[in-house]
Design a protein around this ligand. Structure first.
Ligand SMILES: [Zn+2]
Length: 97
C-alpha cells in the first residue's frame, strides 16, 4: 500500500510545546478584578460591570487557539472521535509507564 503524501510543513517544536501546556482557563481583567474564562471564548462578561469584552483576537494572524480550532474541526469528521479516544489512551499509557 502506498501512503498518501501529506504536505511538507515544518511544525516548530515551540508550537508543539505550547499546545501541550496550553492553559484550560484564561485570566481576564476588567474593573480592577480578574476572572477566569474559557480559553477559546471570543467574548466574556465582566462580573463587576456586566460589560461584554472581547478576550480573543480574530485577526488574520494565526494563534495557538486557531490550531486547536482546526483540530476540533477535524474531530467532527466521522470516526475521528474514536481515533482521538484511542490515541489519548496510548498517550496516557505512555505517561504512566
Ligand atoms: Zn468591568
Amino acid at each position: 500500500m502506498e501512503l498518501k503524501k501529506l504536505p511538507d510543513i515544518d511544525v516548530p517544536w515551540e508550537l508543539v510545546e505550547a499546545l501541550k501546556c496550553f492553559p484550560v482557563k484564561r485570566q481576564v481583567e476588567h474593573c480592577g478584578v480578574s476572572f477566569l474564562v474559557g480559553p477559546f471564548d471570543f467574548y466574556a462578561q465582566c462580573p463587576q460591570c456586566g460589560t461584554r469584552i472581547k478576550v480573543r483576537s480574530s485577526s488574520a494572524l494565526m494563534e495557538i487557539e486557531d490550531v486547536f480550532d482546526a483540530v476540533f474541526e477535524w474531530m467532527l469528521k466521522p470516526g475521528a472521535a474514536d481515533l482521538v479516544r484511542q490515541r489519548q489512551q496510548e498517550i496516557k499509557a505512555d505517561k504512566d509507564e
